[in-house]
Design a protein around this ligand. Sequence first.
Ligand code: FES
Length: 96
Amino acid sequence: MNEVPSKLEFHFLICTNARENGKDCAAKGANLMLEELKAWAKTQGFSKKMRINKSGCLGRCEEGVVAVAYPSSEWIINASTNDLEEMKKFIAKRVS
Ligand code: FES
């Protein structure tokens, strides 16, 4: 094992988990949000500075869609596709 510093300024993980009971982030549009944010980040030229990735369950399913940002450890809960513009602003502020 090797520990190395991150090459990224920012990492944004969006839960896209689907559960049998339907109380999950996938049912609330997480996959659409993930794809929209990834496509937007690419148009902004952020690809070398940051990553937006899907995540498994982040343990706050009732509050989905849930996302977490690193290295700031900021959590976003109760997000929806209506929040995409606000999420883009959130990300853009953290990527120089
Ligand atoms: S399904 Fe998204 S936090 Fe659990």
